[in-house]
Ligand binder design. Structure first.
Ligand code: TRH
Length: 410
């Protein structure tokens, strides 16, 4: 039996291992967790990442050529193979089942002091609760790895949320000077109230042209802010086609290559540089509707508390659509039937190349209700802090191990 007297093994060093598969989500989550553990919980954190160039996009002060450096209170190490000997930390986080170096695993087994956690991808599916915290004993060594699943219910590990995030968000929203500084930093004046501001961070998407047509045709001016990335060729193609009369619309097209600005009808698109991770939140706070993707921006849109549209990371076997449904079932449950239908319809069309244009008016009409839902949802989720849960769990495991060691001596 574990008792409160069993000595707790509180970690004060943490190693996080991140293998960047593609895009920015893997390193985005690891970098956020690393900073939170260092800043809010006083841990000495080493972040091992195999792709420093991707990391440097999120943290521009990083030098992608350095094997070892300190960035914002975190020691960042280039994860190279062969992996040089390193003393394992008390808390070892393997992100998204990346394979830890064999010699590091060997050192953990020899030392018997590390809690080894595999931080999994985020999903709203029911099975997650059953797998959260499950042990996975090593086949050949006296070591156990534990699964830790982020999620949306109390039966899961929760979500990453910095303690001061809501305060910073509200301060930004209540301060015209901060907002103006934000717009000026991109060379823009703050748009008027009548303009609908939309951020659009997405993968290649067949539904884009239909969405642009709808906004261009709409009665309300739309300013769409597109961070630099995979969708840009499609954005350029859209305005080229409209300009050459290839679309069924005959809008005048404005293109300003210096400002990276495009317009037609009631739509203006501005391409933004990829900003450092903390500033991406400001973009979400500054907009009325946010299109997000993958995992980390999807969570940040939920903390921004505005209506949002999620493009899920596509998987070959189509399992991503099940994940999308599972999230919609939770998020959409308390919505009125028209709002729920609008959200489901738009998200499905956005993820399946469908006709977003027919659904957009209903989504836009439901914005008031979606704003309230977003606030209630964020309040609920904020109760379940991933970093705290992770530390509590690692302490639980540490205690259990201390108890087992004591038991084996007697
Ligand atoms: O980049 P992504 O598509 O990452 C994806 C997913 O995480 C997916 O689950 C994973 O399997 C795949 O990568 C390999 O989207 P995501 O998760 O939103 O990550 C983007 C990160 O980039 C996020 O931390 C926010 C950050 N970001 C900036 O820092 N600056 C920017 O200007 C923008 C647009 C994003």
């Amino acid at each position: 039996m574990l008792s409160d007297e069993t000595p707790a093994v509180a970690a004060d060093r943490c190693d996080i291992f991140c293998n960047v598969i593609d895009n920015y989500g893997d390193i985005g989550v690891c970098w956020r967790l690393a900073r939170q553990l260092a800043h809010e919980h006083g841990l000495s954190v080493r972040l091992w990442v195999d792709d420093l160039a991707s990391f440097a996009r999120l943290c521009p002060q990083a030098d992608a050529s350095l094997a070892q450096q300190h960035c914002l209170g975190v020691e960042v190490r280039h994860w190279l193979e062969p992996f040089l000997e390193a003393q394992p930390a008390e808390l070892v986080i393997e992100a998204f089942a990346c394979k830890l170096p064999q010699n590091y695993i060997g050192a953990m087994a020899a030392q018997q002091r590390s809690v080894w956690i595999n931080l999994e991808y985020l999903s709203a599916e029911d099975w997650v609760a059953g797998c959260h915290k499950l042990p996975s004993p090593h086949p050949g060594l006296p070591l156990t790895k534990y699964f830790f699943f982020p999620g949306f219910t109390r039966q899961t590990g929760g979500l990453l949320l910095e303690q001061d995030l809501f305060g910073r968000r509200d301060a930004f929203r209540n301060d015209a000077v901060q907002q103006q500084a934000f717009w000026h930093s991109f060379g823009m004046e703050m748009p008027g109230e009548e303009t609908l501001k939309i951020s659009l961070f997405c993968y290649e998407n067949d539904a884009l042209a239909g969405m642009f047509d709808t906004w261009a045709n709409g009665v309300q001016p739309v300013l769409c802010l597109v961070p630099e990335g995979r969708i840009l060729p499609q954005v350029e193609q859209y305005f080229e086609d409209v300009g050459r009369g290839l679309s069924r619309h005959s809008w005048h097209v404005g293109i300003n290559p210096d400002l990276r600005s495009y317009s037609c009808g009631n739509l203006q698109v501005r391409v933004l540089p990829f900003v450092e991770q903390e500033r991406y939140d400001e973009l979400l706070w500054a907009c009325d509707v946010n299109f997000v993707r993958g995992e980390d921006s999807f969570v940040r849109a939920q903390w921004a508390c505005r209506p949002f549209v999620w493009q899920i990371y596509p998987q070959h076997d189509g399992v991503h659509m099940r994940k999308l449904q599972a999230f919609l079932n939770l998020y959409g449950a308390p919505l009125s039937p028209p709002a729920s239908e609008a959200v489901r319809g738009l998200w499905q069309a956005w993820n399946g190349g469908g006709k977003t244009g027919q659904i957009w008016p209903a989504f836009a009409a439901a914005r008031g209700e979606l704003d309230s839902r977003a606030q209630g949802w964020a309040r609920e989720l904020a109760e379940n802090d991933l970093a705290l849960n992770l530390l509590d769990f690692s302490q639980e495991i540490g205690k259990m191990r201390a108890f087992e060691i004591e038991g084996s001596k007697s």
